[in-house]
Design a protein. Structure first.
Length: 254
């Protein structure tokens, strides 16, 4: 217990100011990434990706992954398989859905503010392409696209393959800023992929009474105003530090 407390104090009092490496982002967030296994009503099967957004088992994914599902279960990177997941809600505007399993104290991701995403920004994606669990890819925000109906999409260059729908897209602080859902297919097309900005997910969760861990806006080159109260920043930092501490402790005691 003393070692656990020491780890917590270190991670709490020494917050990461610099950008995180992709290794750090993967180590901190891979336990939160899941495979979503679906049996459709027409008898076909489908696998997508999801990620845990609340400690009590709420998981985000793409709407088309769980659409017309008769049965859904979740596979964690440890190989553990949940009982049936129940769809809570889907977004009418974008390709997003949330499902829930019966669980407690799950590791979660931290959601970032997608209003401050810029073209050229480096990203890391963790998903399950072709059912290869926890595959790490990287790329850029190629462009922020606004459709004629006002909906925002992120065009991303990170490779996206079948079963990657619902994969979280992380910024260099390890915050989810987008959710991968589509690729532009066709001969000669390379890495023309699209994702849904995280603020749509935050809104979907809040509209359904859930409070995910959301990072307060940060200073970004004078273009990003300081946001969030001091208490908000402290609360989020403590929550994330505790999760990182528990993962470090689990590795030390294996």
């Amino acid at each position: 217990m003393k070692r656990l407390l020491l780890l917590f104090l270190i991670t709490t009092l020494c917050p990461g100011i610099q950008a995180k490496s992709r290794v750090e982002i993967a180590e901190e967030n891979s336990p939160s990434i899941v495979a979503i296994n679906v049996l459709k009503k027409d008898g076909t099967t489908f696998t997508g990706t999801g990620f845990v957004v609340t400690e009590d088992g709420v998981i985000a994914t793409s709407r088309h992954v769980v659409q017309d599902a008769m049965y859904v279960n979740i596979t964690f990177n440890t190989g553990a398989i949940s009982g049936q997941a129940i769809e809570l809600a889907s977004s009418k505007d974008v390709d997003l859905a949330i499902v829930k399993i019966g669980a407690r104290n799950l590791p979660t991701v931290l959601l970032g503010d997608s209003d401050y995403v810029l073209p050229g920004q480096e990203i890391t994606v963790i998903g399950n392409p072709r059912r290869l669990h926890n595959t790490i890819t990287s790329g850029l925000i190629s462009q922020v696209r606004k459709k004629s109906d006002g909906i925002i999409w992120h065009q991303i260059s990170a490779p996206i393959s079948p079963s990657s729908s619902g994969s979280p897209v992380f910024n260099d602080q390890g915050e989810v800023i987008s959710i991968a859902f589509s690729t532009y297919q066709g001969e000669g097309n390379q890495n023309l992929n699209f994702s849904v900005p995280s603020n749509y997910l935050i809104r979907l969760l809040q509209d359904n009474g859930y409070s995910p861990f959301v990072a307060p806006p940060q200073q970004q080159q004078d273009k990003t105003p300081a946001g969030g109260s001091l208490w908000d920043k402290f609360r989020v930092h403590i929550q994330k530090s505790w999760q990182i501490t528990k993962r470090l402790w689990a590795r030390l005691t294996q």
